[in-house]
Design a binder for this molecule. Structure first.
Ligand code: HEM
Length: 403
């Protein structure tokens, strides 16, 4: 449904539906071609916002300091989820200088050097989980026995969350990352998880370990971060580490299994894996609907449209990744593709803090799967694989495989 507002372009209703596999949402696919800067109204929040879908425009919006995240705090901007995922004080909703200060605090943990060191440990853990899966015999749910546990062990190790608390954190994850969680439910889960991380930081301030929560607790004592900022950072990192990686890597395995010719070439030449991972990141529409908007602090021209000061702007990174002006045959998977860098991790100041980590985990998991399971195949037909519904991140409910 589309309706004319008082003035300006029509406002489209974007009813985000659960899509199977890597099916691309037809609405942003059409806007990308027909109305690259459009007005939309989503299921939750109030009013309407701009939706930007073209590669160049998305990159510009993400890199323009006149588009603020701090100004989204306290505004019920139209959105895909009923509650705002990132609380105020979160790195995703801050502008410089607060944003710069927060990113600096976590940069060493997620930087290249630390990731190189973590790679060997992750590889050993991947081998252990793969061997355990092989020992149990086919069929197996690879998301449950391999991808999920590996993603969880890496992120809780980095942050210093005790393994015994993982079940609880997993329950909060499911609640927060569901579109069906109501506003009061979301608030109550947020309160619980905030209390948990505040307690953990208090404990680590007294008994520090070699982990990020201990570092953040020390930074708090030195006045470098407030308690709400610390809590929000820990929650965001935990949820992304658990959910985004599990869903996208499980989807990557699925995509490889339904493209056997390309996967055979990759098996024969594993040096192509880093490029293949980037193509998978470009190709897989990793989320349902949009994430956090930005608010214009001045009149800004985007793709020939003037966005007025105070108006809200959403970008849709998966659409930018399918822009025909940038990628040849954009809807086709091509593991050898060597075109513009994808925007799956965003761009500009809010570029994903965990991009190196996610890439490293994907490379380790896929190389382990290809090496340890030479005869891997789906244990059902591709259409029978179930996909998560009403969730922020898209991914298979289970990934039944045999070998
Ligand atoms: C393949 C998996 C992942 C994908 C596709 C992904 C994608 C993204 C995207 C698109 C953004 C938003 C950019 C924006 O706000 O405009 C983002 C931000 C962020 N991601 Fe990721 N992410 C992934 C994994 C992770 C992991 C593993 C972590 C950490 C454990 C992480 C931590 C963050 C943080 C902290 C931000 C906020 C950065 C900021 O606002 O400055 N992400 N990610």
């Amino acid at each position: 449904m589309s309706s004319p507002e008082n003035h300006g372009p029509v406002v489209h209703d974007w009813a985000v539906t659960a899509l199977p596999g890597t099916a691309f949402d037809p609405f942003p696919h059409r806007l990308l071609r027909e109305e690259p800067v459009a007005r939309v109204r989503l299921a939750h929040g109030e009013g309407h916002a701009w939706l930007v879908t073209r590669y160049e425009d998305v990159r510009r919006v993400a890199s323009d300091p006149r588009l603020s995240r701090a100004l989204t705090v306290g505004r019920p901007i139209t959105s895909t989820t009923p509650h705002t995922l990132a609380p105020a004080g979160g790195v995703g909703r801050a502008d410089p200088p607060d944003h710069t200060r927060l990113r600096k605090l976590i940069a060493p943990t997620f930087g290249r050097r630390r990731m190189t060191a973590l790679r060997e440990h992750t590889r050993r853990e991947a081998d252990r989980l793969a061997l355990r899966t092989l020992d149990a015999g086919p069929p197996a749910d690879l998301a449950e026995t391999f991808v999920g546990p590996l993603a969880a062990s890496v992120i809780v190790g980095l942050l210093g969350v005790p393994a015994a608390d993982l079940d609880r954190v997993e329950r909060w994850r499911a609640g927060l990352l569901s579109h069906d969680t109501t506003l009061p439910e979301g608030e109550s889960v947020k309160k619980e998880i905030a209390g948990y991380f505040a307690d953990l930081a208090r404990h680590r301030a007294r008994h520090p370990g070699d982990d990020l929560v201990s570092e953040l607790a020390a930074a708090r004592a030195a006045g470098g971060i407030s308690t709400p900022e610390l809590v929000s950072m820990s929650v965001m990192l935990t949820l992304n580490g658990l959910d985004a990686v599990r869903n996208i890597v499980a989807t990557m395995v699925y995509v490889l299994l339904v493209h056997p010719e390309q996967t055979a070439k990759l098996r024969a030449d594993p040096d192509r894996l880093p490029r293949a991972v980037d193509e998978l990141l470009r190709y897989i529409p990793q989320r349902n609907g949009v994430g956090m908007p930005r608010v214009a602090t001045a009149d800004v021209e985007i793709g020939g449209v003037t966005v007025r000061e105070g108006e809200a702007v959403h970008v849709f990174y998966p659409a930018a990744n399918r822009d025909p002006a940038v990628y040849t045959d954009p809807d086709r998977l091509d593991l050898d593709r060597d075109e513009a860098p994808h925007l799956a991790f965003g761009a500009g100041a809010h570029y994903c803090a965990g991009a190196q980590l996610a890439r490293m985990e994907a490379e380790v998991m896929l190389s382990t799967v290809l090496a340890r399971f030479p005869g891997l195949a789906l244990a059902t037909d591709p259409e029978s694989v179930g996909w998560r519904r009403g969730s922020v991140n898209r991914g298979p409910v289970a990934l039944p495989v045999t070998w």
